[in-house]
Design a protein around this ligand. Sequence first.
Ligand code: ADP
Ligand code: MG
Length: 723
Amino acid sequence: MSGNESRVQAISQIVNRKLMPAQPPKRLEDMWATDVFNLSKMQASLPKSIFKSVKNTVQTGQTLDPSVADVVAVAMKDWAISKGALYYAHVFYPLTNSTAEKHDGFISVQSDGSVISEFAGKLLVQGEPDGSSFPNGGIRSTAAARGYTAWDVTSPAYVMETDNGMTLCIPTVFISWTGEALDKKTPLLRSIAAMNKAATRVLKLLGNTEVAPVNSSCGSEQEYFLIDSNFANSRPDLLLAGRTLFGKPPAKGQQFDDHYFGAIPERVQVFMQEVEERMYRLGIPAKTRHNEVAPGQFEIAPFFEAANVASDHQQLTMTILRNTAKKHGFVCLLHEKPFAGINGSGKHVNWSVGNATQGNLLDPGDTPHSNVQFLVFCGAVIRGVHKYGPLLRAVVATASNDHRLGANEAPPAIISVYLGSQLEDIFEQISKGGIKDSQGRGIMNLGVETLPIFVKDAGDRNRTSPFAFTGNRFEFRAVGSGQSVSGPLVAMNTILADSLDWIANKLENDLANGTELSAAIQTVLKEVMDEHGAVVFGGNGYSEEWHKMAEERGLANLRTTADALPVLKAGYIEDLFQKTGVLTPVELESRYDVYAEQYLLAIEVEAKLVGSIAKTIIYPAAVRYLSDLSSTIAGLKEIGIELSKTTAEKVATLVKSMMDTASKLSDALSKHDFATTEDHMQYASQTIRPLMDEVRQYADALEGEVADDLWPLPTYQEMLFVK
Ligand code: ADP
Ligand code: MG
């Protein structure tokens, strides 16, 4: 079959495919959390005292009383079995952005050969998956493989339905035999604890007598692409790298903006409905869905939840999106830049902190200038983002996100804070030495009698900012679509903990010296603005001027992962994580090693693919075309017709350039003697990547010359527009 035949066949499969019938929507109440062993199910099945103990741990973070585990385990098992589960799994989150699980049966063989279902407390609380193949950055040698999973009581267990039946899933942390964190959950829990401690200190200093535990909240908007699997399966680059390494932009891209917020295609709507139903059953509050900017691109966002639960739910959401897509004949691409020249996908991580007694601590209220509590917490964020901006850049640094950041569709690699005009004005008043008032919110009169008059938000949105205040939370917009939200949440909680501690120290000192509270607060906020105000920026983050201005302000512009990841090795970052107790130096270093290795591997895999696709798929198509052309030209010449050789010459030149560059790339890949990992990363970013791009340029130019019926790869036009 020639390339084009397989393309034609794919198109006909898609056009003639029978739509999966949409199930009539169920009532939310009938679906909600049916598959979750949540507090209300525990209450129904546990003795009162046991339930109280578990609830205490979940709600106030108190250490779990070990004696309750056996009772909870039995209730959990009975519930899971009633849902059809035969197996349970400790679910954990290794450093790869993926979700890992090891399944064990409830089966227990008795001495007489009969079997019973059994699940003891110790199996609930602790597991020992070997897991030696997970990257650990040298913390464990493969020989010393012992790693433990430990039950995270604060994230509810659930049953997960797959084609193989139901499995009871227990969220856990994953640690080494020596006690070091090997996963993304452990530091997240520690960062929440550190932030809680520092926030409580500040809240008490501000005069609050009753202070409930402070937690962070997260609501993440997930962007993704859906591509028909008939196309995706005939593109090795999509299958192995999750993005197209070749492909000429179609005549029509996203320039008409006709996909953004447009009517959701029927087939996609059916898919979304199933995704949402599965999410609801797992207690994940899916809330919004819409078409995104690029053709074939969509977004889903849940209602926000406590950061730890939100992070687990985000992992589940990615799994559900991928699995459900398969059932509907799609491949769900969570890569940050699947198609060159078309907007990529991000994950906006909305983040705030608050508690049951003081509420959302980042809610400015109607008169923010007089809301001291808000100003202190917001000031703490400003300081943190300035002082640790490079860390925020480092936690979103991946090979795939590099294609998106700074590409005028996503925030630049320069980390700044957008406050909106009202807050910017207030913080400017603070740096001038006194706060007087808040700008009014203004009334919007639409000039049409039948339309309501409405009050404007205090600040506009700024989609060019990587870190924007959006009314009652910050939105970290530089996070990649395929990433776990945990790393960004750890960074935000930790820098906030550090800033709040710094503020608490200052306040304590001033108060001890007899300064009045309000004067002490003004002083500390002024110091924040004097030292860190440079990070506040309300203009166009995509513009050239900002790049220049940011440099003058001393803000780092870490363009690539190779530039950004080494930040994790800096002394001040090590200090930050050590003093907050979030990561030990050994744990931090191991993370650097793992992330650097993943970066190098990602580029290596792609580079190899570029070489093999160029040589074995594109080259044969191009020479077939050349052979057609040359015999036609020769044949015509025999009967006295001169056909121009321009196309043949052009194709021949492109083929030669493509193959020469592919050889150069393959030579470049054989270099292995690097003094340091940093050198290796720079080499990947500065030498390998440009060579890959160059091969692609020739190949994409060939796509514009070679006869369409010989072109072997599904085109951008087909993948993005054939529905
Ligand atoms: P938009 O596209 O306008 O930014 P969306 O409604 O798509 O907004 O997503 C906003 C996300 O922010 C949602 O997940 C929402 O629940 C979440 N969110 C709202 N308030 C808070 C808050 N106080 N803390 C954390 N997340 C929040
Ligand atoms: Mg948003």
